[in-house]
Design a protein around this ligand. Structure first.
Ligand code: NAD
Ligand code: UDP
Length: 385
């Protein structure tokens, strides 16, 4: 039995957690936290297990608490049985890379809505608590983005701050297929909320705001397909390791707030261990203090990468590309994402800690150590052949 993260005076009984999508970026960090720092057990479900292979080696002190099930939840009858034997289900499984939203809208909608339906259904039928991963993208564009460019109201938080229980969800037109992901995530949120209201499902919905850190996505041609486009951290890391300019989509004017994965995992542990405080809630999980434009992010990553790698700063650090060139037709963007933190602070007494500089230093050190040699080798092989 471990001490509860929040001190409500009770110890935490060890839980059996069915974690779907456990082999992904967030899942791998959550499994690590649960194995290293708690007594909970994990039934880890995913089609890939590479990012948690270090936890699955036999003979470790947590080995009896983690089991990997290589299952595609689209078509596998074993899922229901695993839900039945658990105390809590956490669903992380999704297609969640923007390059897919406009180019593979059907796979995106099926993955984020249709494939999540049986998970919700099994939780409701078997009275299991569900923590479901949604996204900050359900907010879409800010109200302020529709104001004239020079309107002073754009600086008023009422026009950009994203609040779970107040802010509307504003998406582009249907031909802007970028919003297929946000729309599917919004509908599954509404369904889960409805199951809570009508059928008593115990649920928590998580809206991550750009969580980043080691093991996020893949480096094209090294541990992922050469022609795929990962999220911005991996795109820029790849550019830096290859010594090529970082590509700024549509001028790099969009703004994001980035949070270090380890801070965010602390919030999820609090949700797991404090059901009375987390049930029925939708939580923004982000770091409002770490806001940058994508252009500023590129500058910062270039500086930090030069420091951790010892490389000289390139003469041309960035290059502009249009979204049509980079992502194809139907791309659109969220302009600004600042999470309101009132609900999570009140319910879970949680706040993020790590500055953007520090999280980037940890993360780019990892990227350099893990990939730089392999990228160099792949580049010299390409020159020879
Ligand atoms: P990820 O792609 O690294 O992890 C998702 C995992 O789900 C992958 O390992 C994938 O193999 C698995 N998966 C997908 N479909 C599956 C299926 N049919 N059967 C079994 N496994 C399947 O992504 P992540 O960054 O870890 O994101 C996890 C969740 O958080 C997703 O729901 C995503 O939408 C949400 N989210 C993440 C962020 C972020 O900042 N990382 C932001 C917003 C939302
Ligand atoms: N982006 C960019 N260059 C890249 C990759 C992404 O300018 O090489 C931009 C993208 O257009 C978006 C932001 O970076 O404005 C963040 O993109 P990401 O893929 O991380 O996901 P998002 O935050 O949009 O969900």
């Amino acid at each position: 039995m471990t001490a509860r993260v929040l001190n409500d005076g009770e110890a935490v009984e060890p839980l059996k957690i069915c974690m779907i999508g456990a082999g992904g970026f967030i899942g791998s960090h959550l499994c690590e936290r649960l194995m290293y720092a708690t007594d909970h057990s994990v039934l880890a479900i995913d089609v890939y297990g590479d990012k948690i292979s270090h936890l699955l080696q036999p003979g470790q002190k947590w080995s009896h608490r983690i089991e990997f099930h290589k299952i595609n939840i689209k078509h596998d009858s074993r899922l229901e049985g695993l839900v039945k034997t658990s105390d809590l289900v956490i669903n992380l499984a999704a297609i969640c890379t923007p390059a897919d939203y406009n180019t593979r809208p059907l796979d995106t909608i099926y993955s984020n809505f249709v494939d999540a339906l049986p998970v919700v259904q099994y939780c409701r039928e078997n009275e299991k608590r569900l923590i479901h991963f949604s996204t900050c993208e359900v907010y879409g564009k800010t109200i302020g983005s529709f104001l004239p460019k020079d309107s002073p109201l754009r600086n008023d938080p009422a026009f950009y701050m994203l609040k779970e229980d107040e802010t509307p969800c504003i998406f582009g037109s249907i031909d802007k297929q970028r919003w297929s992901y946000a729309c599917a995530k919004q509908l599954i949120e509404r369904l889960i909320y409805g199951e809570g209201a009508e059928n008593g499902l115990e649920f928590t919905i998580v809206r991550p705001f750009n969580w980043i850190g080691p093991r996020m996505d893949f480096i094209p041609g090294i541990d992922g397909p050469q022609d795929s486009v990962p999220r911005v951290l991996a795109c820029f890391s790849n550019n830096l390791m290859k010594g090529e300019p970082l590509k700024l989509v549509d001028g790099g004017q969009s703004q994001r707030t980035f949070i270090y994965i380890k801070d965010a995992i602390e919030a999820v542990q609090r949700m797991i261990e404090n059901p009375a405080r987390a049930n029925g809630q939708i939580f923004n999980v982000g770091n409002p203090n770490n806001e940058v434009t994508v252009r500023e992010l590129a500058e910062l990553m270039t500086d930090v990468y030069c420091k951790v790698s010892g490389n000289a700063r390139p003469e041309v650090a960035t290059v502009d590309v249009t979204s049509k060139e980079f992502y194809g037709v139907g791309y659109d963007d969220s302009d600004k994402r600042i999470p309101d933190m009132t609900i999570i602070k009140t319910q879970l007494e949680w706040e993020p800690k790590t500055s953007l500089y520090d999280l980037m230093e940890h993360t780019l050190t990892y990227q350099h150590t893990t990939y730089a040699e392999a990228v160099k080798k792949a580049m010299s092989k390409a020159i020879v052949t």
